[in-house]
Design a protein around this ligand. Structure first.
Ligand code: ASP
Length: 441
């Protein structure tokens, strides 16, 4: 029997019209049994997400703004929910909840509690509208003493709770800290809740409904109308999101991944689109397309170290990396030659530490030269199809060469899942377009 857990993001619950779409989606498939909502998001581009409004409210109280001012602002939040209730024609009064939250806020119960009320209230309304029981995340999702998510306890309590209900609404984003207070995940954390619920429910599929029809092969701000990725593996996704492609919270893959549950990214406004399937592994791959996606980031720096006979010096690399470690810097890539070693890091990570690092390198490994080069962008070409296809690297380099783009660094992961090239920051968009055209058109 198939069980689907469906999570709806903020834009999917921004107003009454979207609540209707959400209900239609849930009711269209009896396997869609457990629903995880976000707080109402933006209705238009200048709008403010309810979560942000709640953070502002909390901040106003901390800054000791007058009661009247806080109340005025808080009324806007109430109105977001009340307009949804009204327009859905629900016979539902949340005034007791609003009052309780306001009083709690004034008595400083913590920033996380305040932020979590966005999901809590939207969950109450959605449960009422769907006619499903409401399970408060506070009673079923737990964090450990050190603040990390407590998977073991959550799995145990949540699966026992879910087993009692055919359907339920469980608000996203928060749970219960070890000291009994409400704690949230980081921003966008309802994605994580959906994944946790899918795991505890023993779901066959985790559907994550948002406002796009899945992952695109490239950033649409750079490539016009990029193609949608139909199937992507967790590992490919990790590579792409690390390099800046975002749709899903990074931590959302872990609970379902180890349980072997695929994630399907779907569009609430276009339910007919199949979206993107995220799976552990695929036996088939898209033979027409060798690559799955292209992503990248700007503003990297390269620390170039040269020393004659470096290759014979045991411990050279370790000493350099130790210097970075002591300065709290993680490196992204480590391309090396016979007598050269380059360390690629985010430029921001070097801020205020450049001199210290250069001096430490000179002192510790006595190089012939050491310099830092800035303004490098990294572009990752990712695809499980590369393992089988010959000439992929050649095509990437040709595409770049044909646009006169100079490659400053090349790194191919040993798993043959990606090829990463370093180019000048100001050639970033041209590089992505050139590679996309080469492989997709
Ligand atoms: N409402 C929260 C946020 O805006 C969590 C979420 O939507 O996933 O970050």
């Amino acid at each position: 029997m198939s069980i689907k857990v469906v999570k709806f993001g903020g834009s999917s619950l921004a107003d009454a019209e979207h609540f209707r779409k959400v209900a239609a989606i849930v009711k269209a498939d009896p396997a869609r049994r457990y629903v995880v909502p976000s707080a109402p998001g933006k209705r238009f581009s200048d709008d403010i997400k309810v979560t942000d409004m709640l953070y502002t409210c909390y901040q106003m109280i901390r800054e000791k703004k007058s009661m009247q001012e806080v109340d005025e602002y808080y009324k806007n939040i109430i109105e977001r929910y009340d307009s949804i209730i009204r327009e859905l024609g629900l016979d539902f009064d949340l005034s007791g909840e609003y009052e309780y939250i306001k009083n709690a806020m004034l008595h400083r119960p913590g920033r996380d509690f305040v932020a979590s009320r966005g999901e809590y209230l939207s969950g109450l309304i959605l449960a009422k509208y769907l006619g499903f029981p409401f399970i408060d995340a506070e009673n079923v999702i737990f964090f450990k003493e050190n603040g990390a998510f407590d998977q073991e306890k959550t799995d145990r309590v949540l699966s026992a709770e879910l087993a009692q209900y055919r359907h339920a609404v469980i608000p996203g984003f928060y749970g219960c800290a070890a000291n009994g207070t409400v704690k949230t995940f980081s921003r966008g954390g309802s994605d994580i809740t959906g994944s946790i619920v899918a795991r505890a429910a023993g779901a066959t599929l985790y559907e994550n409904w948002t406002d796009v029809s899945g992952f695109l092969m490239a950033d649409p701000r750079i490539v016009k109308d990029p193609a949608t990725i139909e199937t992507i593996t967790y590992r490919e996704l990790r590579e792409l999101s690390y390099m800046g492609a975002t749709v899903l919270h990074e931590d959302a893959v872990f609970p379902v991944r180890s349980a072997g549950i695929p994630i399907n990214i779907r569009n609430t406004n276009r339910p007919e689109d199949q979206g993107t399937m995220i799976v552990s592994s695929t036996t088939h791959y898209d033979t027409e397309r060798v690559i799955t996606g292209i992503a990248g980031k700007k503003e990297f720096s390269v620390i170039n170290i040269e020393k004659d006979m470096m290759n014979a010096e045991v411990g050279f690399g370790r000493k350099v990396l130790e210097i970075l470690e002591e300065n709290g810097i993680s490196f992204e890539h480590l391309p090396s030659g016979i007598d050269t070693m380059s360390v690629v890091t985010a430029t921001a990570a070097l801020e205020g530490k450049r001199e210290r690092i250069l001096q430490a390198i000179c002192r510790t490994v006595s190089p012939d030269s050491v310099t830092i080069e800035d303004d490098m962008a990294l572009v990752a070409v990712v695809g499980r199809g590369m393992v089988k296809a010959k000439g992929t690297a050649a095509r990437v380099f040709d595409a770049l060469a044909s646009k006169g783009i100079n490659i400053r660094m090349i790194d191919q992961g040993s798993s043959e899942l990606n090829i990463i090239v370093g180019i000048a920051d100001d050639e970033y968009t041209d590089a992505i377009r050139a590679i996309y055209e080469e492989f997709v058109h």
